[in-house]
Ligand binder design. Structure first.
Ligand SMILES: C[S@@+](CC[C@H](N)C(=O)[O-])C[C@H]1O[C@@H](n2cnc3c(N)ncnc32)[C@H](O)[C@@H]1O
Length: 221
């Protein structure tokens, strides 16, 4: 491991806002994020594939009365967002280092009030379809964990992934209020993304490759 990564991992190990394997809270947060971590009753919004956590940090600044949790498997990426949150005393921001497919080990049914999926790996190969994080098996996890009426939001630059997700959603009978745009910057929906620009957004947005956005809710069962 590079010296840079070793230093980042050592800092993550002592940061309160990084929940990762080896820490007391890791695996013990289910149903307890508000009481044990945030110490409030505010709604919880999670950012999946958060990388450096631009949405977690950006929204934590904008909405002090909401709690934000960035989720990613890569410690050196969440190190960036967790450091900014620590420096700015954003007590309403936290980072969970885990695989998204294991979310049920960390959240209780109905504990989450919003999910942002931000520039996930598109996994274009057919054989990787099950690893796309809008695949039906992931949607089933999200459905269990969100409170009724919660929005699920997706931002991506990848046309194939975006179209795949719309197709998956359209084949289900438990989705409502689906809205989408193939060109977020030219859309009225832009305001609800707060002009927060992530690293991948900056890297992959071009005139020919527009930012896409969609949102939906699960119907109450
Ligand atoms: C393309 S990057 C996007 C990072 C960031 N959201 C951005 O827009 O700059 C995708 C991120 O998803 C994370 N990731 C991919 N699959 C994952 C999984 N199954 N569980 C947790 N994190 C995952 C990667 O570690 C990576 O940081």
């Amino acid at each position: 491991m590079s010296r840079g990564k070793t230093k980042k991992f050592a800092q993550n190990a002592i940061r309160r806002n990084v929940i990762q394997p080896g820490k007391e809270l890791f695996g013990n947060t289910s149903g307890k994020w508000r009481s044990e971590y945030f110490g409030n009753k505010n709604p919880i919004s999670i950012e999946l594939a958060c990388g450096r956590g631009e949405y977690t940090v950006g929204q934590a600044r904008l909405f002090p009365k909401k709690n934000f949790i960035g989720v990613d498997i890569k410690g050196d990426r969440i190190w960036k967002g967790s450091g900014i949150a620590e420096l700015e005393n954003l007590d309403n921001a936290a980072f969970l280092r885990t695989q998204i497919q294991l979310l049920e080990e960390h959240f209780a049914p109905g504990e989450i009030n919003e999910i942002w999926i931000v520039f996930p790996d598109p996994r274009p190969k057919d054989r990787d379809e099950r690893r796309r994080i809008t695949n039906p098996r992931f949607l089933e996890i999200y459905k269990k964990l969100v409170a009724p009426g919660s929005w699920i939001r997706l931002k991506t630059d990848n046309t194939g992934f975006f179209e795949y997700t719309i197709e998956v959603l359209n084949t289900r009978n438990d989705i409502e209020d689906l809205e989408f745009t193939g060109d977020l910057y030219a859309s009225d929906l832009r305001t609800e993304c707060f002009d927060i620009i992530t690293r991948y957004e900056e890297k992959f947005h071009t005139n020919d490759n527009k930012i896409k956005y969609l949102k939906f809710r699960f119907t109450a069962s």
